[in-house]
Design a protein around this ligand. Structure first.
Ligand code: PMV
Length: 349
């Protein structure tokens, strides 16, 4: 277990040089959802996710020594074009991590980022985007520090920094599955960073598929930040916390023993709880679309009819993630293409 103080950079020497980095980070899909947070990006409950294989952000960075250390200076390019719209969020991120990596004020950064999935697809790029930026900052620190640290330390520091950009980004550093948020029954867990389960994931989940049906492409209607905020005074806050803490243990058990029917039950229950929380907050809102519900029903009917082990989950939007074992991929992809005209991204863990 690391404490926040452990992540404050030590024994480093500013070098008057220019460094280039290129890092990629994957998106992740939560099975047990993070919804609600305290100050400092501390989650209200633990969450568990699969890290995806194909949906990634790739970021190139140049960090050039500058003569003063008064300000955070950077430019952000998206797909080769300067994009000032992203800059306030990135400034906020760099400012949030400053206490841990103060050397970032000694360099001017140029970031150039692109996603392997369409930006407008409605897949959240914040997790993979901040995870890639955190990897770059840690790569720079490794150039500057004399501190001997284990690889585990650097992974956890990367997750810790990524979290300060977007909570779910903490889960985009390691794979294939991660847990973020302190659980009293899981001694290695932390609110500060994500960890991998301390057991081998059951082979039934090997190369597990995630086909993302893009029900609604474009910007989210209600930001996750606004949604997290509404949990503070949510009438079901305490019961939700208990549910998520319980589901964290239960889903981990299924990842260990391969009990896929139980995995399906919990995964779908979590997705519906997340959206039920949105529908019962004050103000309330609905992100599911008729097509979302159509797919959910079709997934359940198909499972009942064929015995295939597919299930759905949702993030904070209308898109449906359909999860299923590798061996059933042909059958399930054919089924998906028959029930929807929407674009589908076929990813895997
Ligand atoms: O990381 P954020 O603040 O965008 O929140 C993500 C919240 C959900 O995607 C809805 C759930 C999760 O655990 O990823």
């Amino acid at each position: 277990m690391y404490q926040a103080e452990d992540f404050i950079s030590k024994n480093y020497k500013i070098r008057q040089e220019k460094f280039s980095f290129e890092k990629s980070a994957s998106s992740n899909i939560a099975l047990v959802k993070y919804w609600g947070k305290f100050d400092g990006q501390i989650p209200m409950n633990p969450s568990v996710s699969f890290t995806l294989n194909k949906s990634k952000t790739l970021t190139k960075a140049i960090s050039e020594y500058k003569n003063d250390d008064q300000e955070i200076v950077f430019e952000f390019f998206f797909e080769g074009k300067r994009n000032p719209d992203f800059e306030p969020k990135i400034y906020q991120f760099l400012n949030n991590i400053l206490d841990y990596v103060p050397f970032i004020k000694n360099y001017k950064f140029v970031f150039d980022s692109r996603n392997t999935f369409p930006h407008s697809s409605g897949i959240a790029s914040s997790a993979s985007g901040f995870a890639a930026l955190a990897k770059i900052i840690v790569a720079l620190e490794k150039q500057l520090t004399n501190e001997e640290q284990t690889e585990d330390f650097w992974l956890k520091k990367t997750s810790f920094l990524a979290r300060l950009g977007s909570g779910s980004a903490a889960r985009s550093i390691e794979h294939p599955a991660t847990i973020w948020g302190k659980h009293p029954d899981l001694p290695s867990t932390s609110d500060g960073y994500a960890v991998k389960p301390d057991f081998e994931i059951h082979p039934v989940f090997k190369n597990f598929k995630d086909s993302i049906v893009l029900v609604e492409e474009g910007q989210k209607k209600v930001s996750s930040s606004a949604g997290h905020q509404l949990m503070n005074a949510h009438p079901f806050k305490e019961i939700r916390k208990k549910q998520a803490f319980d589901n964290t243990l239960s889903i981990l058990k299924t990842l260990k023993n391969g009990a896929i029917d139980e995995f399906i039950r919990i995964t779908e229950a979590e997705a519906l709880s997340l959206h039920a929380l949105m529908m019962t907050s004050n103000p309330n809102y609905i992100l599911m679309q008729p097509e979302t519900l159509k797919i959910i029903h079709a997934v359940r009917d198909f499972r009942k009819k064929t015995g295939t082990k597919l299930c759905f989950t949702l993030d904070a939007g209308a898109n449906v993630h359909v999860l299923y074992p590798e061996g059933q991929a042909n059958e399930i992809r054919k089924f998906l293409s028959e029930i929807t005209e929407k674009n589908i991204i076929h990813d895997e863990i």
